[in-house]
Design a binder for this molecule. Structure first.
Ligand SMILES: C[S@@+](CC[C@H](N)C(=O)[O-])C[C@H]1O[C@@H](n2cnc3c(N)ncnc32)[C@H](O)[C@@H]1O
Length: 301
């Protein structure tokens, strides 16, 4: 049975040439993630609506802030969601919420008194419990410029409207999001590990869908190496594995000639989608799949 979706109506007429109004998208992630995919949510829902049946597992092998995977889990668009991420700081957050004492994490956020001294103390500490590590990551994600967790990231000084550190610290919102994810956590599996390896292991499963959003580090576009601690992946290998996947996949990449060439060499189709970046500038990204006929305004198939 095809699944229906209430949110799709709210997005109006989806069009690859017009940036989605991200304010109309429900936000579930506790991260403000560099390269986050809020703008893609309506398209992924559209993709899921076009599947003959609800997938048994929705796999996100480069999860990061997991904006897409969380939407799928919370809105029950798949029976199960599997998130894979290699970064230990990011992983601590998912482990604490999905397997750990999420109440404790949420309470730490509510109880934290935000000032420079407390921020410095937490960010320079070495923690042993996964909840404390998760709290440290969430705080770092909020106070570092652009939400960047990689070494060398700048810190927000005056913040938005000169409000300094507080400009990005919304404890009640973070609390609510953590509780909301925890409510569906029995339907989510989190694995700290290599997304490529996981893809290889699950390649024979035909009842799954993959959303593949790797760090973009292909020649000419080096954004990924500044944004993420782990950004060095073998893109050629990823495309080769994607060819072998029995389940359908949707990949996103920077729109460069190298990526287009690689996609066509592996027999995939591509489509440019307009999005707004964090500075509200219109940009484009490339969607890659075996078939993009379901995409509004798509010319490929
Ligand atoms: C573009 S981001 C994903 C953003 C995510 N789609 C979102 O909306 O929040 C890519 C992620 O891949 C992670 N990563 C890098 N190498 C990896 C690997 N070999 N296996 C799994 N994750 C990896 C990075 O740490 C980063 O979080």
């Amino acid at each position: 049975m095809k699944i229906q979706h209430h949110q799709l109506r709210l997005f109006g007429d989806l069009n690859t040439k017009r940036a989605v109004n991200v304010a109309s998208v429900n936000q579930y992630s506790p991260f403000r993630y560099p390269g986050g995919k809020t703008w893609l949510v309506p398209f992924v829902i559209q993709w899921l609506m076009h599947q003959p049946k609800r997938p048994a597992d929705f796999i996100e092998p480069f999860a990061g802030g997991a904006i897409i995977g969380l939407t799928v889990a919370i809105e029950q668009l798949a029976q199960h969601v599997t998130l894979v991420e290699i970064d230990e700081q990011v992983s601590a957050v998912w482990k604490a919420i999905i397997y750990g004492d999420y109440q404790r994490l949420a309470q730490m956020i509510i109880d934290f008194e935000l000032n420079q001294e407390n921020v410095d103390r937490v960010l320079s500490s070495t923690y042993t419990s996964v909840e404390e590590q998760a709290f440290q990551t969430i705080l770092r994600n909020r106070v570092n410029r652009g939400g960047i967790l990689a070494p060398g990231a700048g810190k927000v000084k005056n913040g938005e409207n000169g409000k300094g550190l507080k400009s990005r610290w919304y404890p009640q919102t973070l609390y609510r999001r953590i509780i909301q994810i925890a409510k569906v956590r029995e339907r989510i599996t989190f694995i700290q590990g290599d997304g490529l390896e996981f893809l290889e292991q699950s390649a024979d499963r035909s009842d799954v869908l993959y959303f593949i959003d790797p760090p973009y580090t292909i020649a000419g576009k080096k954004a990924g190496s500044r944004l993420y601690t782990y950004s060095d992946i073998d893109h050629e290998k990823l495309f080769t594995i994607a060819e072998r996947l029995k389940g359908e996949f949707l990949m996103t990449y920077d729109d460069t000639s190298t990526v287009r060439e690689m996609a066509s060499r592996h027999g995939f189709v591509t489509e440019v989608v307009t999005m707004k970046n964090t500075h509200h500038r219109e940009m484009t990204e490339l969607l890659i799949s075996r078939n993009l006929k379901w995409l509004s305004g798509s010319k490929s198939g």
